[in-house]
Design a protein around this ligand. Structure first.
Ligand code: ADE
Length: 218
């Protein structure tokens, strides 16, 4: 899988993508992630990427030309399955959404900032718009990190016991929450692990797990 992220603050991605699961996926050659600074495609001497909105109103808006040029550069080299724009008014992201995106090969993610982006980018250049929740972030970058992590952890060859992914909360159904989990010691400061889990009785443990898993009210 290849993910190209387009942003005006590329530094945001350095740390989250250089540790833990994403670093492991990159090192294993399961994903290539490229961060593109939109300012490189800016207009004129000052590499301007934004402008005032037509019709007034405060804030600055991403111009279409830098985004178009950046996308053309990427699209001239390979085909992309999805060109995603991170935006609070997009489709609400979910486990099912992550599952589907983990099956495709090449993705571009555009991170918005400021007041927004010229609507023509959304109308003519973007294939999917994704929100990670009904709240406003300063930009799409942190939202992009969220979706990249949820996609990458699903890639075959990364997590050893892939079957365990199927037991994750939200995998069995959109509001499924998996059972509580415990590890050693069996008793700590008098706080005990449920006895059934120590019994070795597989059928009863399975019944306990089923009883303790539940559907979250949403
Ligand atoms: N950009 C700003 N807020 C966002 C959100 N909630 N989801 C996705 N992108 C965003």
């Amino acid at each position: 899988m290849r993910i190209d992220i387009v942003s005006v603050v590329p530094k945001i991605f350095y740390s989250p993508f250089s540790v833990s699961i994403i670093k492991k996926a990159i090192n294993k050659g399961l994903v290539d992630i490229y961060i593109h600074d939109l300012k490189k495609y800016g207009i004129g001497k000052y590499k301007k990427i934004d402008d005032y909105p037509y019709g007034g109103g405060g804030g600055m808006v991403f111009r279409i030309e830098p985004v178009y040029k950046c996308f053309c550069n990427l699209l001239s080299k390979r085909k992309y399955d999805e060109i995603i724009f991170m935006t609070p008014d997009g489709d609400l992201f979910s486990q099912e959404y992550a599952n589907n995106l983990s099956l495709i090969n090449n993705i571009i993610i555009l991170c918005g900032r400021y007041k927004g982006i010229d609507q023509r980018i959304r109308d003519y250049l973007i294939s999917k718009e994704i929100s990670i929740g009904n709240y406003i972030l300063s930009g799409g970058e942190t939202a992009a990190i969220v979706i990249v992590e949820s996609i990458v952890r699903l890639l075959p060859g990364l997590i050893q016991n892939r079957k365990s992914l199927l037991n994750d909360s939200f995998q069995k159904s959109s509001n499924y929450i998996s059972h509580p989990i415990y590890t050693r010691p069996a008793i700590y400061k008098g706080w005990k692990v449920p006895e059934i889990l120590l019994s070795g009785h597989h059928k009863k443990i399975k019944e306990w797990i089923d009883k303790k898993s539940y559907n979250k009210k949403i």
